[in-house]
Design a protein around this ligand. Structure first.
Ligand SMILES: [Zn+2]
Length: 381
């Protein structure tokens, strides 16, 4: 994988990732395809929104249909019909989401995680399948092995995700384990000759010293890229930005940076300003299925009565399939009637909205107008 930075404005970067399955312009937003499908959209419709790379969840796919099925099909890209670049999560987040309880807001899985008792030790994690309750174990080396067999272009190290808030002692234990596991993942990856690129994940909750310690330890190991995990889990937006401002300066300029499970358009703009290159989040699709559309004037709830006879599009500034062909009145009717098409059309619009935002961000960095663009977005809220 080759990563090149083509323009910079302060900490914000605009660049290009070259993977075995195609190029990705950064800053990039990856739609979430938990079950090797972005809910409701065909790969053609997904491409039409401007998506360049898609995320899939290892935890779900290893349980069903099973890694051997996807491996036999020639990898996720072929199996899903998407064909383009893909990234897989290590599975750790879904396994640990149990311990985090319902307050978990990090959105990178469209489905629930493991059930029952989750046991962690230095060699890995033991958990129960949410499908049949079977006890399973995932070690760092296995997480790397499974992701390579799924065939993703970017794969993630197994990390220990803590709840928020958490005591500094617990956060320290999880951070040290994450560092140890990262080393084990890297060793497992070094024996391979595939097209995958392993990213390390910086943990440390909202503790600056732990974030810094984790970032430095991972950078010394030399990963293909670095992710920041454990944010957007209930902390404030200010804390999220503060942690990014601690972590990003520790990371090498020449490697891509990925903020996991984030976020709202505002979160994304702030994180790009701190130096992040990649994002994923379920918000555009999950909100779409719940009748909520992102627009250039802020989010709107289609079930509200004010849209009942509105013949205008969702967003006059959007040129997606939904906005070119359907009125708010019709989209409201579909949402009220619980029609399948409602979630599809709103997901198409919301994903197009996010991709248009990313293109505006990239363009503004290229033109040296990112700060100006940020000011406009943040004052619109
Ligand atoms: Zn639209």
């Amino acid at each position: 994988m080759k990563f090149s930075i083509e323009a910079k404005e302060e900490q914000a970067r605009c660049g290009r990732l070259e993977t075995a399955h195609g190029e990705v312009e950064t800053p990039a937003f990856m739609p979430v395809g938990t079950q090797a499908t972005v809910k409701g959209l065909t790969p053609d419709q997904l491409r039409e929104t401007g998506a360049q790379m898609v995320l899939a969840n290892t935890y779900h796919l290893m349980l069903r249909p099973g890694v051997e099925v996807i491996e036999k099909a020639g990898g996720l890209q072929k199996f899903s019909g998407w064909g383009g670049p893909m990234l897989t999560d290590s599975g750790g987040f879904q396994i640990f989401s149990l311990a985090r309880g319902p307050q978990n807001t990090r959105g990178n899985s469209e489905n629930s995680g493991a059930v029952g008792l989750v046991k962690v030790d230095d060699e890995g994690v033991t958990f129960s399948s949410h499908i049949d309750g079977k006890r399973l174990r995932l070690s760092p080396a296995e997480a790397v092995d499974v992701q390579n067999r799924l065939g993703a272009d970017i794969i993630m190290a197994l990390d220990e995700c803590t709840a928020y808030p958490v005591s500094i002692e617990e956060a320290r234990t999880a951070t040290e384990r994450t560092i140890k596991w990262a080393k084990m993942c890297l060793e497992a990856q070094q024996d391979r000759a595939g097209h995958s690129n392993l990213f390390g994940i910086v943990q440390g909750s909202a503790f600056s010293a732990l974030r810094q310690r984790c970032a430095r330890a991972l950078v010394a190991m030399d990963f293909a890229g670095y992710a920041v995990g454990g944010l957007s889990v209930g902390e404030s937006q200010e804390q999220m930005v503060e942690m990014l401002e601690v972590v990003c300066p520790e990371l090498p300029q020449a490697k891509p940076r990925y903020l996991m499970g984030v976020g709202t358009p505002r979160d994304i703009v702030l994180a790009v300003g701190a130096g992040v290159d990649m994002f994923d989040c379920v918000l555009p699709t999950r909100n779409g299925r719940n009748g909520v559309a992102f627009t250039s004037k802020g989010p709107i709830r289609l079930r509200n009565l004010c849209h009942r006879t509105d013949s205008g599009p969702l967003d006059r500034e959007c040129s997606c399939y939904t906005c070119l062909n359907f009125s708010r009145s019709y989209l409201r009717h579909l949402a009220m009637a619980g029609e399948m098409l409602s979630g599809i059309l709103l997901s198409i619009h919301n994903l197009s909205f996010y991709q248009a935002l990313m293109e505006q961000i990239r363009q503004s960095i290229r033109e040296g107008k990112f700060r100006q663009f940020t000011g406009k977005i943040l004052s619109d809220d």
